[in-house]
Design a protein around this ligand. Structure first.
Ligand code: ADP
Ligand code: FDM
Ligand code: MG
Length: 215
């Protein structure tokens, strides 16, 4: 058996539109937590390394793969489900997971297509580990345009991102574990806020059980 800490780690998610700074902040947050002697690990969804991840990667790169909106939605969800055991064992061993996108991306990006309704989009996420803290990095579309531009992946266009931003806002309303952060500040300003709030949450949840997500 592996030696485990008696305190669990926290599940911290970072969400936000393209170029809001999620990947930059997740990396810096993990480094800062480690420096403060709190074991931490970065995870990213989609996890493009697994079998489902390879299909998702092809889909996002617009390669010839004929997945309809329902099928890709369920693959994104399966891509989280196949990581559940790994996530739980790390958290229960005292490691804080900092996750670049999670179920809320899954719901928001699919629901804005208006093909499946919001409730349908939420269902496959039910039962996944529930984040203790969700940061929503908010940025105006004008500010976002000042940062290095869209790539060639699916969903990387203005009108889609605008709809996603609105969907994030409605998912965020009256949820006590969500914190909106103005992501237009400098990288260091945003980082300091994320570190302070994360350290509080890590201490708050260390002896509480990890919950499951239910919509
Ligand atoms: P995301 O993962 O949300 O798409 P990234 O972290 O990849 O965003 O950042 C997108 C681009 O914006 C990168 O070039 C990054 O260096 C830059 N960037 C990130 N945060 C800031 C910030 N607070 N101010 C200015 N530029 C930023
Ligand atoms: N995305 C991401 C989804 O559509 N559903 C999901 O469940 C997740 C996790 O994939 F356009 C979309 C969001 C984004 C793309 O891009 C992943 P990044 O730049 O690797 O985060
Ligand atoms: Mg990113």
């Amino acid at each position: 058996t592996t030696m485990c800490s008696n305190k669990r780690g926290a599940l911290i998610v970072v969400e936000g539109v393209d170029r809001s700074g999620k990947s930059t902040q997740c990396k810096k947050l993990v480094e800062a937590l480690e420096q403060a002697n709190f074991p931490a690990k970065l995870m990213t969804f989609p996890d493009r390394t697994t079998l489902t991840g390879k299909l998702i990667d092809d889909y996002l790169k617009n390669k010839d793969c004929k997945l309809n909106d329902q099928a890709i939605h369920l693959l994104f969800s399966a891509n989280r489900w196949e990581n559940v055991e790994k996530m739980k064992s790390l958290i229960n061993c005292g490691v804080t997971l900092v996750i670049d996108r999670y179920s809320y991306s899954g719901i928001a990006f699919s629901a804005v297509k208006k093909v499946m309704n919001l409730d349908w989009c939420k269902q496959p996420e039910n039962g996944l580990p529930k984040p203790d803290l969700v940061f929503l990095l908010t940025i105006s579309l004008e500010e976002m345009l000042t940062r290095p531009g869209f790539g060639n992946e699916r969903y990387e266009n203005m009108s889609f991102q605008n709809n996603v931003a609105n969907m994030y806002n409605s998912l965020c309303s009256d949820k006590d574990n969500w914190v909106k952060i103005n992501a237009a500040g400098s990288i260091e300003e945003v980082h300091k806020k994320l570190v302070d709030i994360s350290l509080n949450t890590i201490r708050e949840v260390e002896s509480l059980p990890l919950k499951s997500l239910y919509f």
